[in-house]
Design a protein around this ligand. Structure first.
Ligand SMILES: NC(=O)c1ccc[n+]([C@@H]2O[C@H](COP(=O)([O-])OP(=O)(O)OC[C@H]3O[C@@H](n4cnc5c(N)ncnc54)[C@H](O)[C@@H]3O)[C@@H](O)[C@H]2O)c1
Length: 318
């Protein structure tokens, strides 16, 4: 076993998780990386070909014994495993609650028992919900509009409670619409950017819910992983939630236009009414993030979209 920082990544076979594993492997401070994933939305292919000190354990964050043994001896836990979408939580709220809330509690309990590694966890901009103030600051009153948002808010609450009750170092980060290579299209719950690219490349149609003027703070996955790895290496802790986005605000129609330009063909659309649980606007106030991570340098939207399109073009399609 190599020396250096020992990091557990739950959900490490997923979209953000597999990028994080690679980002961590590039950091000289990292020693052994362990992944726990049940492959419900992630896939072992995402972790294929890794040559470093990486152990992959197939299993669920709902398995308390597995979590106790996986967390033991870790310096840092990055907890990404979740049922990660609003529509999935509308289809099965109890499942989202079990994985996202009880799963987070299992991680925290295991951390407390093992003597307190730093627990960094993925929350979501969805906790702001329909709160009208833009940009969204962490001290705004949450207004969740979906069961998913409630599960993420509960997770943040548990992190803060474990910090205050048991002096566990924690860092709840609110992710905002992360996109990039490896984010899969072609399923009912696909995120908008892969769904748009897929529509152009396969001659299908992107379903736009609402009029497309809803805005999001799209964040390239490398920017997210750079912050996560930096937090792990420097041991950055903060009891309360921290936005992980850089304060951009782009409408769906603007993203479609940019992608059309990069792809050389417009995104073909069919329109539908607004989607339940959707929020009209989302934009981070990045002041707290910048104070904790002064060196953070975001990847611009066009650059991130170009890298994303390049990945989709290179990907073999069935
Ligand atoms: N992608 C985004 O835009 C975004 C935005 C806000 C928050 N987040 C959060 O970021 C995290 C990662 O999301 P992602 O986009 O990479 O999604 P993803 O679905 O690709 O990754 C989630 C991973 O967790 C695993 N998982 C699910 N249930 C599990 C369980 N019970 N036990 C073990 N592993 C389990 C899945 O197999 C998958 O590999 C999630 O917590 C999500 O809620 C993502």
């Amino acid at each position: 076993m190599s020396a250096g920082l020992r990091v557990l990544v739950t959900g490490g076979a997923g979209f953000i998780g597999h990028h994080l594993v690679r980002t961590l492997m590039e950091r000289p401070e990292t020693g052994r990386i362990t992944v726990v994933d049940d492959y419900s939305t992630g896939t072992p292919d995402n972790l294929a070909g890794l040559t470093g000190d990486v152990e992959v354990r197939e299993g669920s964050v709902l398995d308390a014994d597995l979590m106790n043994s996986a967390v033991a001896g870790m310096d840092v836990v990055v907890h990404l495993a979740a049922v990660p979408s609003v529509p999935r939580s509308l289809a099965d709220p109890a499942r989202s609650n079990a994985v996202n809330v009880t799963g987070t509690l299992n991680v925290l309990e295991a951390a407390r028992r093992s003597g307190g590694p730093l627990v960094i966890a993925a929350s979501s901009s969805s906790v702001y919900g329909r709160h009208p103030q833009l940009p969204q600051r962490e001290d705004a009153l949450p207004a969740p509009a979906s069961p998913y948002a409630v599960t993420k808010l509960a997770g943040e609450g548990y992190l803060a409670a474990y910090a205050r009750s048991f002096a566990l170092p924690v860092l709840p980060l609110r992710f905002f619409n992360v996109y990039g290579p490896g984010q899969l299209p072609g399923h009912a719950y696909a995120a908008v950017i892969p769904a748009m690219v897929h529509a152009v490349l396969t001659g299908g149609k992107f379903t736009r819910y609402g009029d497309g003027t809803q805005t999001r703070d799209f964040t390239f996955v490398d920017s997210v992983c750079t912050v996560l790895a930096d937090a792990a290496v420097r041991g950055v802790a903060h009891d309360g939630p921290v936005n992980l986005a850089l304060g951009g605000r782009t409408s769906l129609n603007e993203v479609a236009a940019l992608l059309g330009d990069i792809l050389g063909a417009p995104v073909p659309m069919r329109t539908a009414g607004p989607r339940r649980g959707d929020v009209p606007h989302s934009q981070a106030d990045p002041a707290l993030l910048r104070s904790l991570f002064p060196a953070v340098a975001p990847v611009g939207l066009r650059e991130g979209l170009e890298a994303t399109v390049a990945w989709h073009r290179a990907r073999p399609r069935p």
